[in-house]
Structure formats: structure tokens, C-alpha cells
Design a protein around this ligand. Structure first.
Ligand SMILES: [Zn+2]
Length: 227
């Protein structure tokens, strides 16, 4: 295994522990992956193992067709979803899938999260759409998620949960946290009044400035430097 893939196994493992204790997932649900730059490889968490007992060697290395290149474990059952996003989005180097409560509530109600907050507009774009329903772990779900995601930073999976993407693991994790916070704010705002949605030109300006400048500081110390 290459030195780069070994490094990404360690990073995926460490981020898995952070995701597991973040309140965004329950039990062994939730999964994450990172694309190894220049190698057409993806490091993904294994299927069905408690995060508390995971070790770095349990991470699974896949090629872009889903074949296991290295690892004793089975890859996350959502590997189709992760690979489909990497194939469709050359800008994405990390994918995280969570079942956070408020975002899942909106996914059950099949209600997209509109662009209501500055951080959501910056990191996700013009809101979080809801992908059409497909059963967990299927290629159909992967196709539905990619189609709804478009060039945004996140998508809700109908009656299921959240997918957040980023230029590195840190950014994908941040997106999943911002989506959950935005879902909470949206539900509360809808209870006390009518949520005001940011206008499209303001959303675009926020998104552009984030992608072009603001985020550079946030990602400087992370894997983006490898590319
Ligand atoms: Zn799931």
C-alpha cells in the first residue's frame, strides 16, 4: 500500500472517532471516506463495526469501481454512494454520511433546507435538496443522491439522513454539522414565524467568497496541501 493511502487510513480512522462522538450518528450507523489524491483510491470506514473498537487497520481501501484493494473488513454498505459522488465531483475529496436528528426529520418530511444562514450558503450553496427515495446501500440511492446533490455541499436522503462533502475530511465534517444546525434553526424559525430565505445573488456571493478565499485558512492545515 502506498504511503499516501496509509496516511489517509489514519485520517479516516481519526475522523470516524470524531463523527461517532459528535452526536450526528447513533451506534454503528454513519460512514465516511476520503479520496487519495492522484491514486484513484478511496479509503472508507468498514461496515457494521462499533467506532469505539475500530483500529486504523480496519479501514478499507477501494478502487473507483468498488473493488477492495486493501483491508480485511467489508467496506461500508454505502460505498456505492461514496464512489458515485467522487466519480461525479472531481472537486470532492471527502464524503461523510450521518443520521443527525433534525436533518433526518426534514428528510422524512421531504422538505429541503433553504439557504437561510450565512454558513449554510457558504459551505453548501443554495440550500440542501432532498434526493428521491431509494433503499440504503443501493446503487439507485447513489444515483439519486448524486443527481440531487449537483454542485452543492450536501444533500438529504429521503427518510434516511444526510450526506456532506468537502475538499477534505475536516470540511465534510463541518458541512454535516452546519446542515444539522441549519435544520434545527429552520424548524424553530418555522415554529415562531415565516423563515426568510437569503436572495439568490446574496447566496452566490457568499458561496463564491467562501470557495475562493475565506475557506483557504480553514483548509490550509489539512489534506488539501497534498494536492
Ligand atoms: Zn445511512
Amino acid at each position: 500500500m502506498t504511503v499516501a493511502a496509509e496516511k489517509y487510513k489514519e485520517q479516516v480512522y481519526k475522523m470516524g472517532l470524531r463523527m461517532a462522538t459528535s452526536g450526528l450518528v447513533t451506534g454503528t450507523w454513519g460512514n465516511l471516506s476520503a479520496r487519495v489524491p492522484r491514486e484513484d483510491l478511496v479509503v472508507i470506514t468498514p461496515s457494521g463495526l462499533p467506532y469505539a473498537t475500530l483500529q486504523v487497520r480496519d479501514m478499507v481501501v477501494l478502487d473507483m469501481n468498488g473493488r477492495v484493494v486493501e483491508g480485511e473488513r467489508r467496506p461500508s454498505t454505502e460505498f456505492h454512494l461514496h464512489l458515485a459522488i467522487y466519480r461525479a465531483r472531481p472537486d470532492v475529496y471527502a464524503v461523510m454520511h450521518t443520521h443527525s436528528v433534525f436533518a433526518s426529520a426534514l428528510a422524512v418530511a421531504r422538505k429541503p433546507i433553504p439557504p437561510i444562514l450565512e454558513d449554510l450558503a457558504q459551505t453548501v450553496g443554495d440550500g440542501v435538496p432532498v434526493a428521491s427515495y431509494a433503499r440504503a446501500g443501493t446503487e439507485e440511492l447513489a444515483r439519486a443522491a448524486v443527481e440531487a446533490l449537483g454542485n452543492r455541499g450536501a444533500v438529504l436522503l429521503a427518510n434516511h439522513g444526510v450526506v456532506g462533502v468537502g475538499r477534505n475530511l475536516e470540511e465534510a465534517f463541518m458541512v454535516c454539522q452546519i446542515v444539522e444546525k441549519s435544520a434545527k434553526v429552520y424548524v424553530w424559525a418555522d415554529l415562531v414565524g415565516k423563515p426568510a430565505i437569503l436572495p439568490p445573488d446574496e447566496v452566490q456571493a457568499l458561496r463564491d467568497s467562501y470557495l475562493n478565499s475565506y475557506s483557504q485558512a480553514a483548509v490550509r492545515n489539512y489534506a488539501v496541501n497534498d494536492r
